[in-house]
Write a protein that binds this ligand. Structure first.
Ligand SMILES: [Zn+2]
Length: 278
């Protein structure tokens, strides 16, 4: 099981020399899998076997995307995640217009790619809905889910994510690199969605520098995005995973960095982002 052992060993080395805690998402793919429950069960067992001694670096299961994971596999992942001490998960969602077309009509480049790869499922019916509605109706999204991208989300999608308490991780440099446009960050904030930032991966961005993502976010949404020059502080100063979904809170809080003391005049504890630079 080198897919989990190698990163786990690498991260164990990091954790021994770092004050940082980490949550690793092991992404599963399977659009045409005979028995998703068996596939997910095997992955869950491997993740359990890779447990860390000090508990600061944890591994959980995640779904890749709605075009690479079948509905049955989404449900199986959700069940497996719900049984974990910290039931966090993740999914890449609403990244491209091609994904939206695929879910609405079952056509386009995504369909062609699945057929080319030999993993098209003839019994799959397009839900005919938006990506958010699709996964929400499947029961995959909740306050412990991290949704990545959201470039194609409209007001209804964002309203639903806000109501569910989902955190939306934008990866603006990756989105530009793959040619799907920039995420509507001003709308994310206007709709009161929990916003985070990530890099996606080195497959679509030149480095893993989150501060470079914040700089790009600031360019896209100068009125709302956090500054690249100060630490981002979420609501009450707690990190997403630690404050919302982590099981053993005491361990998390012991190493939690202190919130940035610099606040915009008029801001107060409980504001969404309290570190907006002038
Ligand atoms: Zn992605």
């Amino acid at each position: 099981m080198c897919w989990v052992r190698k990163p786990v060993c690498y991260l164990r080395g990091l954790s021994e020399n770092s004050i940082l805690a980490a949550q690793v998402f092991h992404e599963l793919l399977g659009f045409n899998v005979a028995d998703p429950t068996v596939r997910v069960g095997a992955a869950s067992a491997a993740v359990d076997a890779a447990r860390f001694g000090d508990g600061e670096v944890r591994v959980t299961l995640a779904a890749h995307a709605p075009y690479s994971v079948s509905p049955a596999m989404f449900r199986a992942i959700r069940v497996a995640v719900d049984e974990r001490p910290a039931p966090v998960t993740s999914v890449h969602l609403g990244e491209s217009p091609d994904e939206v077309e695929f879910l609405k009509q079952g056509t386009g480049s995504v369909r062609a790619l699945l057929e080319e790869l030999g993993v098209w499922a003839a019994n799959w019916e397009p839900p005919g809905t938006s990506p958010v509605t699709y996964l929400s109706d499947l029961g995959f999204l909740d306050r412990c889910a991290l949704v990545v991208h959201g470039v194609q989300f409209d007001g209804d999608d964002l309203s639903r994510l806000a109501a569910l308490g989902v955190t939306l991780a934008a990866c603006p440099r990756s989105n530009v690199h793959v040619g799907v446009g920039s995420p509507p960050l001003e709308a994310f904030y206007a709709m009161d969605v929990n916003v985070a930032f990530g890099t996606d991966s080195l497959a679509s961005v030149s480095d893993l520098n989150v501060f470079a993502e914040l700089k790009e976010a600031r360019r896209i949404a100068p009125r709302s995005a956090p500054s690249a020059h100060s630490p981002a502080v979420h609501r009450d100063g707690r990190d997403w995973e630690g404050s919302r979904c982590r099981g053993r809170r005491g361990e998390t809080q012991r190493r939690r960095p202190r919130p940035c003391p610099t606040r915009t005049p008029g801001s107060r504890p409980g504001d969404r982002w309290t570190d907006r630079a002038p």
